[in-house]
Design a protein around this ligand. Structure first.
Ligand SMILES: [Zn+2]
Length: 491
């Protein structure tokens, strides 16, 4: 990847010996940020995300085109230098800040809102302390359900809560320059957390390739080690083992189903190339999706059935995603098994009790009882299923719901909407599509949408609008009758 770019030389450290990176003093960092805001006031906003233990500001620069409404923008947060001496991470973000105000980033500013916190641990900036002044590892100062303990990590958590971003990156690195070796990597943590693994390896691979095309080799963690298991007691010799910490990336994924990426950045230019590649990808539809954005919409997938966020704008999909993600533990998905080519059927419920009621039910008696219980007419679907004698039973997802209304109140109806998807074979053409027994037409609001995915499937999405009131738990029956060419003959 060609990048016509001259990194800025800062006043501190050493710019040319290669022994140390040049870097800004904290006052220089602040004046750089202020100047960016005043020079590019239409799309740069500077604010304090919080203050450090010693009361130093933690700056956040936000880049977006303020003439374009926020409703349909992807949100991104990138944080550097949670570990004090890892200045190369900050430098990559400062280089990204310089790039984000150029015309090359016009389209990204129109479609995304990008927050950069280049220096998250200002108290440790000069003295190269790994932790903060209270000797706490800020990157690992998170827990599954509690709050971080330090003001710096609390600032990160508060911005995450405000943004609920589609993409979050924690950038790490070194204080040394090019004469020193340090591996670069994306999407996992070598030492801090075995949990810190991105959910989209293919997205991460795009970054690896962009960096490598520019001459910066990347480590691929589990793939290089050829060890895949998370730590299992007694089997660490077959594990990809690092720490067991809950990091800021784990926190973002766990709370908001954010695509989280821990990056090791030795060379600021390499970090810039990778960050830029991510932002470019966020302007495109990803693999299964029909609309542009980061791959965070799918909350669940089993075989051909997907549960996904609802909405026509990024903001609507975000609200739906965060709501559904908090309740994936109560999803029940029962799909027709031995499905022939030509018919697909799935029942979805938010009542964990349906798991035992639905599993291994015979299709026709199930449909009869379901129609009766839900007060809907399923006769067309029963007739369609009878044409396919191999479709005999329903099978629930292998993951038994573990919903507890003590831990978190059960969701009775999706207040931000729900999208269910059936993935059909290549080149399938839907003939008739039913939601809750009724045939439906195309509509992004309360009908279906259908598209061909980049990897060759046909996707049918059922758009189920927000429901504020529900007497009982929300349940749905989705079905598609379709035609598809024989795949071995398709061209
Ligand atoms: Zn680090």
């Amino acid at each position: 990847m060609n990048l016509n770019w001259t990194p800025r030389v800062w006043s501190q450290g050493s710019a040319d010996s290669g022994d140390l990176l040049s870097y800004p003093s904290l006052p220089e960092l602040e004046s750089f940020c202020r100047k960016l805001q005043s020079d590019f006031s239409g799309y740069v906003v500077l604010e304090e995300a919080g203050r450090s233990v010693r009361g130093q500001p933690i700056w956040m620069l936000t880049f977006t085109d303020q003439e374009v409404g926020d409703e349909d923008k992807q949100r991104v947060l990138m944080v550097g230098q949670e570990h004090g001496q890892e200045r190369s991470a900050s430098l990559a973000l400062l280089e990204l800040a310089r790039w984000l105000v150029t015309p090359a980033a016009d389209e990204i500013r129109r479609k995304q809102r990008i927050g950069l916190m280049p220096v998250a641990n200002p108290d440790s900036w000069e003295n190269l302390r790994f932790n903060n002044v209270n000797d706490v590892n800020l990157y690992a100062d998170f827990s599954l359900d509690g709050d971080p303990t330090q003001p710096e990590s609390q600032a990160v958590a508060e911005i995450l809560e405000l943004m609920q971003p589609e993409l979050f990156c924690s950038l790490h690195g070194t204080e040394f320059g090019w004469k020193y070796r340090m591996g670069e990597s994306n999407g996992f943590s070598w030492t801090t957390s075995q949990f810190d693994r991105t959910h989209s390896r293919l997205f991460i691979e795009e970054l690896n390739r962009a960096a490598e095309a520019a001459g910066f080799p990347q480590d691929r963690g589990e793939e290089e080690a050829e060890r895949i298991l998370p730590w299992l007691p007694g089997n660490i010799h077959h594990s990809y083992y690092s720490g067991q910490r809950v990091t800021s990336c784990v926190h973002a994924y766990h709370r908001f189903h954010t695509l989280a990426n821990t990056m090791e950045v030795h060379h600021p230019r390499s970090g810039l190339i990778r960050c830029r590649r991510m932002l470019e990808l966020g302007n495109q539809p990803w693999r299964n999706e029909a609309v542009a954005g980061y791959p965070v919409r799918t909350m669940f997938q089993q075989d051909e059935t997907f549960v996904a966020a609802y909405g026509q704008t990024a903001a609507e999909r975000r609200a739906s995603r965060v709501e559904l993600w908090a309740h994936t533990n109560q999803f029940v998905v029962a799909r027709g098994v031995n499905e022939p080519v030509g018919m697909a059927l799935t029942a979805f419920s938010l009542d964990p009790g349906d798991y035992d009621r639905w599993r291994a039910a015979e299709i026709d008696p199930f449909l009869q009882k379901y129609g009766h219980d839900q007060g809907i007419d399923v006769s067309e679907i029963r007739a369609a299923c009878r044409r396919y004698p191999r479709m005999q039973s329903l099978r629930c997802d292998q993951i038994k719901p573990v919903a507890s209304d003590r831990a978190r109140p059960l969701l009775r109806a999706a207040g931000h909407g729900l999208a269910l998807r059936l993935r059909l074979p290549r080149l399938a053409s839907p003939q008739r599509i039913w939601l809750d027994g009724r045939p439906i037409g195309p509509s992004p609001v309360d009908g279906y949408e259908s598209w061909n995915t980049q990897n060759g499937f046909t996707m049918v999405q059922f758009n189920i609008p927000p429901r504020a009131d529900s007497d009982g738990f929300q349940r749905h029956l989705i079905a598609v009758a379709y035609r598809a060419p024989r795949i071995d003959r398709a061209t």
